[in-house]
Write a protein of this length. Structure first.
Length: 343
């Protein structure tokens, strides 16, 4: 099980240079707004899956062209470097990791942020991105298929804009189908695996029963894909882009017989998201090892019942890192988590 023992931050957002050491259970970063609490969660997220919460150039300290994050994990040191025009590099124990996908999954992470209610109410792309990041941490095969699928999709879309021959389209369709079938099957398995722990934990927060489904536009079989291509290809030629495949599919969350999107209260959305994070954490722990849990500014947004539920969730994580403005609230909900006071 990997834990983060120390973090060195250089030219990352507001930090010119700062070092931190962390207890085994994690850390609560407590202080007023705009002192860099969320930045530290973002730095840990970047180390874990090579992505921040914002655009890459936004992660740079003002006036700088490069940043560096260096973390001591249980098994060694990792350094994540970024430079404008050069992209991201990962150095593990003095050796550069190539391709970068080789790093994904070594330090799994689950995140809960106030903006996550958009997962329910926002566009399907947000839910697909969530699934892609979760599955990429668990399955190198999924991450490889996703990369190849996106490349083939870009090539086929470029062709569709040029009134291509049928033969030129067929070559990319074969690759899209091959990689797309793997994406579909693993997304279906993910929805099925998460549903039971989602329901079990939600039952502690509300009387309704949640369901998680993956909505397919084409069944995951070669025959179904080939028939769908024949049906959709004329419309795709007219519109100039690919309309079929996992890049157009969605995850559907419901409470009893009602879609969560558009039919749930704010309280129900919060309960659903906490239960979903519980299910993610259990799933990662079963498939890999317990993940880092990053909780950003959730204290002011949750009532005491839901905050206590999140407190129980931390027991499933390898470490928990959270931000808050109120030390008393943190001590009440997370009594085992040491505080780091920021000013």
């Amino acid at each position: 099980m990997e834990r983060v023992r120390a973090l060195e931050v250089r030219h990352f957002r507001r930090y010119a240079y700062q070092t931190f050491t962390f207890p085994e259970v994690g850390q609560a970063f407590v202080g007023p707004n705009a002192v860099g609490k969320t930045t530290l969660l973002e730095a840990l997220h970047k180390v874990a899956i090579l992505r921040g919460f914002g655009k890459e150039n936004e992660l740079l300290q003002w006036g700088q062209c490069a940043y560096r994050l260096r973390a001591q994990l249980s098994s060694g040191w990792v350094e994540v470097q970024y430079e404008k025009g050069q992209g991201t590099r990962v150095i593990w124990q003095g050796q550069e990791i190539r391709p970068l996908s080789e790093w994904i999954g070594r330090l799994p992470v689950v995140v809960l942020r106030p903006t996550d209610t958009e997962w329910i109410e926002g566009p399907a792309a947000l839910r697909r991105r969530w699934a892609d990041r979760l599955l990429s941490q668990l399955s190198p095969a999924y991450l490889g298929a996703l990369t190849r699928y996106q490349q083939a999709l870009a090539q086929r879309n470029a062709l569709l804009a040029q009134n291509p021959s049928a033969d030129s389209l067929h070559a990319w369709e074969r690759l899209l189908m091959q990689e797309g079938l793997l994406l579909q099957r693993q997304r279906l398995q993910l929805a099925q695996a998460l549903e039971a722990p989602l329901q079990a934990f939600y039952s502690e927060l509300g009387p309704e029963k949640p369901y998680l489904r993956y909505r397919l536009l084409v069944e995951p079989s070669e025959e179904a894909w080939q028939k769908a291509w024949e049906q959709w290809r004329p419309l795709e030629r007219r519109r100039g882009h690919t309309l079929l495949g996992p890049h157009t599919e969605d995850f559907l969350l419901s409470l009893d017989d009602k879609p969560a999107r558009g039919y749930t209260s704010e309280g129900q959305k919060k309960s659903l998201l906490i239960a979903l994070k519980w299910a993610e954490t259990i799933h990662i722990g079963q498939r890999h090892h317990p993940p880092l849990l990053l909780l950003d500014d959730i204290g002011e947004k949750l009532d005491s019942q839901r905050l206590q539920a999140v407190g129980r969730l931390t027991r499933l994580a390898s470490q928990t890192f959270l931000t808050d403005t109120d030390p008393q609230r943190v001590r009440a909900a997370f009594p085992d988590l040491p505080l780091c006071l920021l000013k």
